[in-house]
Design a protein around this ligand. Structure first.
Ligand SMILES: [Zn+2]
Ligand SMILES: [Zn+2]
Ligand SMILES: [Zn+2]
Length: 356
């Protein structure tokens, strides 16, 4: 049973990109999200604003010190900061909730970038792992201990029950393991965190919908070819078990007042179109933005780029922020076909979604 009726409508939602493949502290944003210059008297009705990393560094450090610039790494880690208005009679207050979505591929990159982005560890009560892939889970080996230390272990790590120890990819007939192995629930417990295991959709911390299994609805989003699991358990031992669907992947979605759903998809092995459709159907409102890895890089999936873009055009979101495993071919095609709603997601960037 999902507790979806508890999901708050947000008045704003801020995203800090702690780890991502691409670093680009300079490029100006697409017209759908740039703040209007000198328009402070008029309310900007665009869905989001963006602060480039270099601007943040200049504002905070009063210089552009290259030692303070984030590192790119193959993976994703986003801090989500949700705000809603809580009213009791005539009094009204703003409530803020924090969630860390994945940790990226490397503990030292996560810690280093998080320090540079001045991530408030003390505020992060919940961590969600999207799926057991090491480019999303390994960075949690520094993130979770840092947050545990700051909060005296008052942190919940939300995991899927699949508990896949190792994943592998078949290249030219041989399966290569992705290393190191994934942290499993017992490892997070030994760090001091509380572990919550969920197979089904549920609401975390009032503001964040964490999906169950993502419904496959399109014909062209057919998983990751040549992908395998090792469970290291009594049933399978070290046997490779085929798993092209990666059904343990979950997305996180928020409801932005007056706009609709903002969906965060780490790797989109179910396909970004399936993710967008599933989030919009389950939260029962239109999709305003999709953020994350669209998984359109690599010879096995690049043939889906055209169909993906055609389907996204039908969904008509206000904004697409694509990073991590989207790949340059898909990003170039998105920029050409959807120039007013596409913007690359880059490490060190700050994105703020505004309600209406
Ligand atoms: Zn991916
Ligand atoms: Zn993945
Ligand atoms: Zn990934």
């Amino acid at each position: 049973m999902s507790n979806i009726q508890e999901l708050k409508e947000l008045t704003s939602l801020t995203v800090i990109n702690i780890v991502d493949n691409e670093i680009d502290g300079m490029s100006s944003p697409c017209s759908c999200m740039a703040p209007i210059p000198n328009s402070s008297s008029k309310q900007d009705t665009r869905v989001a604003t963006y602060t480039q990393e270099f601007v943040t560094r200049l504002n905070e450090d009063k210089s552009l010190d290259m030692n303070n610039i984030c590192n790119g790494a193959h993976g994703l880690s986003l801090l989500l900061i949700a705000e809603y208005k809580d009213s009791h009679g005539s009094s009204e207050k703003i409530v803020k909730k924090y969630l860390l979505f994945d940790g990226g591929p490397n503990p030292s990159v996560w810690r280093d970038n998080a320090e540079k982005c001045k991530i408030p560890y003390k505020e992060i009560s919940h961590v969600v792992l999207s799926h057991y892939h090491i480019d999303h889970s390994n960075g949690l080996r520094s993130a979770v201990p840092e947050i545990c230390k700051a909060r005296e272990n008052d942190v919940t790590v939300d995991l899927h029950p699949a508990k896949v120890a190792t994943r592998g990819l078949k290249v030219r007939g041989k399966i290569y393991p992705m290393k190191p192995d994934n942290p499993l629930p017992s490892e997070f417990q030994s760090m001091g965190a509380n572990v919550d295991i969920h197979q089904n959709a549920h609401v975390v911390n009032e503001c964040f919908y964490v999906s169950g299994e993502i419904k496959r609805q399109t014909s062209f989003e057919t998983g990751l070819p040549g992908h395998f699991n090792q469970f290291h358990d009594a049933k399978y031992g070290k046997q490779w078990v085929p798993d092209e669907d990666i059904k343990d992947e979950r997305y996180v979605a928020c409801k932005l007042k007056g706009r609709g759903v903002v969906v965060f998809s780490a790797c989109s092995h179910a396909g970004i179109v399936n993710v967008c459709l599933d989030a919009s159907q389950n939260l029962n409102c239109d999709l305003t933005a999709a953020v994350g890895g669209f998984h359109l890089a690599g010879s096995g999936v690049e043939n889906r780029i055209d169909e993906t873009i055609a389907a996204l055009k039908k969904i008509k979101p206000d904004l697409l922020l694509a990073g991590h495993c989207t790949g340059w071919k898909a990003k170039a095609a998105l920029a050409k076909e959807l120039p007013y709603i596409f913007n690359p997601l880059v490490v060190g960037g700050k994105y703020r979604f505004n309600s209406l």
